[in-house]
Design a protein around this ligand. Sequence first.
Ligand SMILES: [Zn+2]
Ligand SMILES: [Zn+2]
Length: 350
Amino acid sequence: MKAIRSDSFARRSDAMLAMVLDANATRLRAERRPLPEPGPGEVRLRVEACAVCRTDLHVMDGDLKPTCRPIVPGHEIVGMLDAQGAGVASPAIGQRVGIGWLGHSCGVCPYCRSERENLCDAPAFTGYSRDGGFATHVVAEAGFTFPLSASDDPVKAAPLMCAGLIGWRCLKAAGGGKRLGLYGFGAAAHLVAQVARWQERSVYAFAKPGDDAAKDLARSLGVDWAGGSDERPPEPLDAAIIFAPVGELVPAALRALRKGGRVVCGGIHMSDIPRFPYAILWEEREVVSVANLTRRDAREFIALASLAKVEARTQTYPLLKANQALADLRAGRVSGAAVLVPPSNSMLGA
Ligand SMILES: [Zn+2]
Ligand SMILES: [Zn+2]
């Protein structure tokens, strides 16, 4: 494959750079494209940062039905609005905004009409069924962008757009219990832990057995206990959220719960859940899943993150190193969240 030098993109105003996933491909390919024009109701962003999510791996691996190829992955986007389509009054050009996984909802299905647009019958998802943010530019529906502050650090804000938002929806689903377990201490858990601590809950972090870096990260955020997912917490939990895509964690988390406690499965994909004895579900324990997010979740969390001073721990990569970032995430080599930075914002890209 011909090497593409990213610095050439930074100088051209009529072209963009995208990391593209082709049908049946296992790696992303760099592609020069004409700069897209936003259609009616849409806006275009100059991407400042895009975080890498485990869902991007599920898209690449085909764990999620491949609906659209080629596709530009990436759904934790922060950028500056640089063009508006017809009929768009806000956000304004020059406004910093965020874009998350939910790229469109129909507004008329029973779910949209009952404040559950996360379950919309005809949705579009950023970086899955419409092009996402592993690129220098992205087009989105204006109504699915979230205003951010001019003083926000784009790299620190990017992981909030999925890890943070989904984490927040999971935390709401977990209920108000004081003792909260987090299984899989990566991008989402390290943000949820900060919110939960701010809410004065006790947080119990469960990392992959042997993953001392994840345990250290958890301890540095002030959790009450950090251990392996094969360990029992010192006290029974009121609720547990599972972020790791590992079905075995469902019975493990159920065993850690008090009576009436709840397990929330936060991932979009999980390996099969093994059989387990009814006794660990009995006594009104519950297992629920969280799917996608609503724009309300996003607005709530963005406001809360600023109030609670949530700060993402990040590992940055130049956009052209997207495959490396994905490989590091897969191998558990990322502490906190991996974030891609396009070349125009980083000398690393050249
Ligand atoms: Zn709908
Ligand atoms: Zn995500």
